[in-house]
Write a protein that binds this ligand. Structure first.
Ligand code: TYM
Length: 333
């Protein structure tokens, strides 16, 4: 127990806004799994973040359960870690409101994800989309997290979280631990297989650009075989070779091989062989996840048990920070 208390706290979350992608897995979830023994890990499905973009209710319910089962299937163990559903833990909405009042309009305006998403959803630039980073800051700060394992696209939001926390602490004393992003060396930014200048995303318009965690093997192989490359016909990591660089990144992240090793392995071979090798490596990495997902999704009662247990623990831990912050601000009991 004493040892438990010394462990650093890890917090991270993922939006259940569609099926989980290979990008989510290599950039974040794989590290969540790996960190479970060394840290006190707290993970969430950030379903409140998801409604910043309009959702179809029945589909959203399905996505939440599917995402929960998919993440568990990757290897999250609720005997070791907490894995809860954000909307079930009311402290998040409350903390987000408080932090909104300590976050500047200018700061939120500079968030590149807000700019991207408002361009993409120009008919629905709602206040939630704008203030989403303070909800995310609350998620992290409520648990006094030391480390936040995420992909590179969340770096700016984590920096803002630190700025908000420092500002709050500056006014009221040490209320929040200042967290640190934990971004993997390999796989932090997996790009679309069809447009390697854009990140691989659940909402890619071109279905072949995105590999989903639960894609069947033949679909995965087809997507890699169709991946955009170049006319250089040489497997090497270099500027301007975005498609090949991305495939090398994926291959390296899955096999643990360095770029040098990959270049040697495919010396004298064409892109066809290389794409097949990447496809096979990804298929083998995802096979056990898909099998485990099928078992989990068939057992809704077990999933419910897992998240109810985690929801309760998350509420207990986060209430401590929320109460402290509210007291400091000047609310009375
Ligand atoms: P989300 O749901 O967009 O993505 C979940 C995680 O996957 C990473 N990721 C990627 N990594 C590599 N390559 C990609 N193509 C790729 N696409 C996504 C993301 O960086 C992320 O780590 N706002 C967050 C969810 C969130 C959160 C939090 C995260 C809510 N509260 C508190 C950390 C801490 C989001 O929308 O992630």
């Amino acid at each position: 127990m004493e040892n438990e208390q010394k462990k650093q706290v890890v917090f991270s979350a993922i939006q259940p806004s569609g099926t989980i992608t290979l990008g989510n897995y290599l950039g974040a979830v794989r590290n969540w799994v790996r960190m479970q023994d060394e840290y006190n890990c707290i993970y969430a499905l950030a379903d409140m973040h998801t409604i910043t973009v309009r959702q179809e209710p029945a589909q959203m319910r399905k996505n939440i359960l599917d995402a929960y089962a998919s993440i568990m299937a990757c290897g999250i163990d609720v005997e070791k870690s907490i894995f809860f559903i954000q909307s079930h833990v009311h402290t998040h909405a409350e903390m987000a409101w408080i932090l909104n009042c300590y976050t500047q309009f200018g700061e939120l305006s500079r968030m590149t994800q807000f700019k991207d998403k408002s361009a993409k959803h120009a008919d629905n630039i709602n206040a939630g989309l704008f203030t989403y980073p303070s909800l995310m800051a609350g998620d992290i700060l409520l648990y006094q997290a030391d480390k936040v394992p995420v992909g590179a696209d969340q770096k700016q939001h984590i920096e803002l979280t630190c700025d908000i926390a420092k500002r709050f602490n500056g006014l009221y004393g040490n209320v929040f631990k200042i967290p640190e992003g934990f971004i993997p060396k390999n796989g932090a930014r997996v790009m679309s297989l069809q447009n390697p200048l854009n990140k691989m995303s659940k909402s890619d318009e071109n279905a072949n650009g995105c590999v989903h965690l639960l894609d069947p093997p033949e679909v995965i192989m087809k997507k890699f075989k169709r991946a955009v490359t170049d006319s250089d016909a040489c497997v090497r990591y270099a500027e301007g070779k975005d498609g090949v660089n991305n495939l090398m990144t994926i291959y390296g992240a899955v096999t643990g091989k360095t770029y040098d090793e990959i270049e040697k392995e495919f010396d004298g071979k064409g892109y066809g062989d290389f794409k097949t090798a990447v496809g096979e490596a990804v298929i083998e990495e995802l096979r056990p996840i898909r099998e485990r997902y099928e078992q989990l999704i068939a057992d809704k009662a077990y999933l419910e048990d897992c998240y109810h247990k985690s929801d309760e623990l998350a509420l207990r831990i986060s209430s401590r920070t929320l109460n402290k912050a509210m007291k400091k601000v000047g609310f009375i009991k």
